[in-house]
Design a protein around this ligand. Structure first.
Ligand code: ZN
Ligand code: ZN
Length: 465
């Protein structure tokens, strides 16, 4: 009976090979032959049956049993690891985080079907023929990496203390150069980490809006560019660029505004039938101009402007974009109250599937040109942020950006350390050098010693924190 089974399986495999001539199948069938030849009891026979079924369905989906769905705290990471092994392309995804929240447990329960979806897509298309959009979790701020084949582009790099995070994320994707580096606008939560990226990567084209700032953060970006003899281009609305097989059009700013946020470079990226709109921190002041001046703003995925703040994303703007998906990039427990309830309600009412870096960590969208798949399920919490004046809500994020509105040096009483974003040193709050630091470079943080070192900070030699 055993021999008969092997014969039938081999016959089936041969006919499949003849039919498809696909390299993937050859690899899988070798594994299967092993499985079949090693079978000695009914259990392994059942396993071989499963393997054959996998072959039939032509997926690279690894064997999973229901015990994978146990409710242990590593569930999210496990599911995400399953996704990684199920396709070459998702190896690039960073694992979804925050596994101890109810939300991610809920999400992870539906992960299996999500990963099946990814596997099915990837079995028919090569990575080089896909577009990947990574919304990197940089806490309070934006950083978006887009890759198409060997081509890569970075939009923003988070706050001053996130340069290393972004650098490591890019390195993990095997990147050494970037076709485009875009700083949407001079606010610290967007261009703060850009100097590190410019120092560390070969940047072919740097796009910045035609507006300057007198912050130390902005000067850092300029000096990093100068050190490598780079000059920035200020693209005009309507200008088109290509990124491998993808194209993008600058959608704004369409005029000069007084507010830094409204001067955000925005762009619409298309890859065959799929489209993405990136809006920086544009507010409702500039949204009508974007609608009026652009032929289309329609996009499958909308990067919600200004971290979901109440000043952006009017219903008219959302109607003009009419997205299937939205991504909000903000920090868990941020003091600004991002995202606001109005924007969340608007998205919910319009059945826009919404992803959030504060709840889900880094989020990766993969387009095969027709459909878009995700490394995680959409958030279902619809939980608005709460605005607090003091920066005491989160113990995960480094506090207070060196924004141009910060005029006095505020050291959080509960802070464990004070960091200098310029020298990359960290101090005890009592260290005398803290008093001498410039306001723009001073940030208090509740991060641990090891977290800071991981982010590229070194301890002050005087206070020995
Ligand atoms: Zn801004
Ligand atoms: Zn921002």
């Amino acid at each position: 009976m055993c021999k008969k089974y092997i014969k039938t399986t081999l016959l089936f495999l041969c006919s499949l090979l003849l039919l498809t001539g696909c390299g993937n199948i050859t690899t899988t069938s070798t594994t299967d032959q092993k499985a079949v030849s090693s079978q000695s009891d009914t259990q392994s026979s059942a396993k071989a049956d499963n393997d054959t079924t996998d072959l039939k369905s032509n997926t690279a989906q690894p064997q999973k049993n229901d015990s994978d769905q146990t409710k242990d705290s590593n569930q999210t990471e496990k599911s995400s690891a399953d996704q990684k092994s199920s396709s070459a392309q998702t190896q690039k995804n960073s694992p979804a985080k925050k596994s101890n929240t109810t939300q991610s447990k809920k999400n992870s329960l539906s992960k299996k079907s999500a990963s099946n979806h990814v596997a099915n897509n990837s079995s028919t298309t090569k990575t080089s023929s896909k577009l990947l959009v990574h919304f990197i979790d940089v806490g309070q701020g934006d950083s978006i990496l887009i890759t198409q084949g060997k081509h890569a582009m970075l939009i923003d790099a988070g706050n001053n203390d996130k340069g290393t995070t972004v650098q490591l994320y890019l390195k993990k994707q095997g990147l050494t150069s970037l076709d485009y580096v875009i700083g949407t606008h001079p606010d610290a939560d967007h261009i703060g980490g850009l100097d590190v990226v410019i120092y560390k990567f070969d940047c072919k084209k740097i796009l910045l809006p035609d507006c300057t700032s007198n912050t130390a953060t902005y000067r850092d970006v300029l000096s990093s560019m100068k050190s490598k003899n780079y000059t920035a281009t200020h693209p005009a609305a309507g200008q088109k660029f290509s990124l491998g097989k993808a194209q993008f059009t600058i959608t704004g700013p369409v005029q000069k505004y007084n507010s830094t946020n409204d001067n955000s470079l925005s762009l619409r990226l298309t890859f065959m039938q799929s489209s993405f709109l990136f809006t920086g921190d544009v507010t409702q002041n500039a949204e009508p101009d974007l609608i009026a001046k652009n032929k289309t703003l329609q996009a499958d995925v909308l990067k919600i402007a200004h971290h979901g703040s109440k000043y952006s994303t009017t219903s008219a703007f959302l109607a003009a974009v009419s997205p299937k998906y939205a991504v909000i990039s903000c920090a868990e427990g941020n003091s600004y109250g991002f995202p606001c309830a109005r924007v969340l309600n608007l998205l919910r009412k319009n059945h826009v599937k919404t992803f959030r870096t504060d709840e889900q960590g880094s989020i990766v969208a993969t387009s095969n040109g027709q459909t878009i798949s995700w490394n995680t399920s959409p958030s279902t919490s619809w939980k608005a942020g709460e605005s607090t004046k003091q920066h005491t809500t989160s113990n995960r994020q480094t506090k207070k950006s060196s924004s141009n509105t910060n005029t006095s040096k505020k050291i959080d009483k509960n802070a464990s350390y004070v960091i200098n974003t310029s020298t990359k040193k960290f101090h005890l709050p009592s260290c005398y050098s803290v008093k001498k630091m410039s306001v723009a470079n001073t940030q208090s943080t509740k991060a641990s010693r090891s977290e800071l070192i991981k982010e590229g900070y070194s301890p002050c030699k005087n206070c020995n924190p």
